[in-house]
Design a protein around this ligand. Structure first.
Ligand code: FAD
Length: 431
């Protein structure tokens, strides 16, 4: 019976573990993650948890079955980090807190495996030169969320969000919901223009303006002004020397800030794989079946693979993809190990994503990047209630909807079967 190790105890890793058991794998599964928390869901961190509507325990990832997580019979090792991989020897180096909890030095040990799932996701990108400045936050982990939430609760009034991507936009919306003054700074002329096209980016920027956000577009951040830390200042840490006071923009303006939230994207967590022989290029590069090396599969935010649907190699940072790819990779790994329940199939789903901002639910299915045309086929962008289709060549490439959930199901079906543009327009009742 093979030994499987999964690195990354979050969405993709847990769903891979679950799927291994569903497919009948009875061998040892070690699930290790460097965070101290039992696997939890990230989407509520910028929405319900940050806004105070949910307590942290509601984010726990659930596992079907009466015994839940325990029923999977995992060797779950939390607070343990993979630091290296020896493909030839089929061992990982891992480092964690001293085993007996005596608070001693981190212990390094080798962990043997027959099959490996890489599910280490991504880490938040930080603003260069801001390390150690109190009041500057990112939002990727539960610990980030708890720290930001605590800082917001300590009297912060003015929040500057740097980066108008989905995380930044959700943080801005949630902070407005808490009654804070929010400035959103985006270096591009419109937020998300490169992904969703400028027309949609402009709608999203206007949505924030309508809710009282001071939206600054097409301007980068030059630096932060700081002041000596006062213990009572919002978001301050007892040991921090300086606290953020203002954000300096490249156009010469300065925005006063009690707190800064940096949402300028993520970097795949692949440092531990450097030099291992696993191919790295903006993530772990897999083949079309999720195989990254013999006996090694990858899944979720960290993985890149050739997608026929996208017409190229993609890395998808969506919740839904982490689940589906984790499950797919489990089947692929079993086939690689010669275990029953395995399958060697291409992984090429239609990606699906949602974002909640104010009372708007945005949904996106498909691959909109590089589309040739965008057409609103239902509702209107002025009402902030619409369905827009993206065309690439003569094919439907993607659908984006705001507060129109049901049509997304229809167009997702069309995307799955590779519908043409005219078929999509027919379905929309337009031509
Ligand atoms: P991750 O969730 O990043 O998990 C990887 C895990 O591996 C982490 O716990 C990490 O600490 C651990 N790890 C990294 N390196 C090591 C190592 N060397 N050793 C051990 N462990 C390691 N998606 C949507 O579709 N809709 C949303 O509304 C949405 N909202 C989001 C809001 C927030 C605030 C965030 C952060 C993400 C959101 N997402 C959303 C994205 C979604 O949560 C991610 O796509 C998903 O979490 C990816 O899962 P993953 O398991 O691949 O990676």
């Amino acid at each position: 019976m093979s030994d499987v190790v999964i690195v990354g105890a979050s969405l993709a890793g847990l769903r891979a573990a679950e799927e291994l058991r569903i497919r009948g794998f009875a061998g040892r599964i070690t699930l290790l993650g460097d965070e101290p928390d039992t696997p939890y869901d990230r989407p509520p961190l910028s929405k319900q948890v940050l806004g105070g509507a949910w307590s942290v325990d509601r984010t726990a990832l659930t596992v079907a079955g009466a015994d839940g997580l325990d029923g999977l019979g995992l060797d779950l090792r939390l607070g343990v980090r993979a630091t290296g991989l020896d493909l030839a020897a089929r061992t990982l180096t891992v480092e964690g807190a001293a085993g007996d909890g005596d608070g001693g030095d981190p212990r390094s040990e080798a962990l043997a495996f027959d099959g490996l799932v890489i599910a280490t996701g991504c880490a938040a990108r930080r603003l260069p030169g801001t390390d150690g400045i109190a009041g500057v936050h990112v939002l990727r982990t539960l610990a980030d969320c708890t720290a930001l939430r605590a800082a917001l609760g300590q009297g912060a009034r003015r929040v500057v969000v740097v980066g108008g991507g989905f995380i930044g936009a959700e943080v801005a919306a949630t902070c407005r919901g808490l009654g804070l003054e929010v400035t959103l700074v985006e270096a591009l002329p419109v937020p998300l223009g490169r992904v969703l096209r400028d027309e949609i980016g402009a709608v999203l920027a206007d949505l924030h303006r309508e809710h009282g956000v001071d939206v600054r577009l097409g301007v980068g951040v030059d630096g932060l002004d700081t002041a000596p830390h006062r213990p009572s200042s919002p978001g301050g840490h007892a040991d921090a020397g300086e606290h953020v006071r203002a954000v300096r923009l490249a156009d010469g303006t300065t925005i006063d800030a009690d707190l800064v939230v940096v949402g300028i994207g993520v970097v795949p967590a692949t440092g531990w794989l450097e030099g291992s022989g696993v191919r790295l290029d903006n993530g772990v590069v897999c083949d079309e079946t999720t195989l990254a090396a013999p006996g090694v599969v990858a899944a979720g935010d960290v993985a890149r693979w050739p997608s026929a649907r996208a017409g190229g190699i993609v890395r998808v940072e969506h919740w839904d993809n982490a689940i589906a790819m984790g499950q797919h990779a489990a089947g692929r790994l079993l086939a690689e190990l010669g275990e029953p329940g395995g399958a060697v199939e291409a992984y090429d789903p239609v990606p699906w994503f949602w974002s909640d901002q104010y009372d708007r639910k945005i949904q996106l299915a498909g691959h909109p990047v590089g589309a040739d045309e965008l057409r609103v086929v239902d509702g209107s962008t002025e009402e902030r209630r619409f369905v827009a289709l993206y065309r690439r060549g003569d094919a439907l490439a993607a659908v984006l909807a705001m507060n129109r959930p049901r049509p997304v199901v229809t167009y997702r079906g069309l995307l799955e079967r590779g519908a043409t543009w005219s078929e999509a327009l027919d379905a929309a009742g337009v031509s």
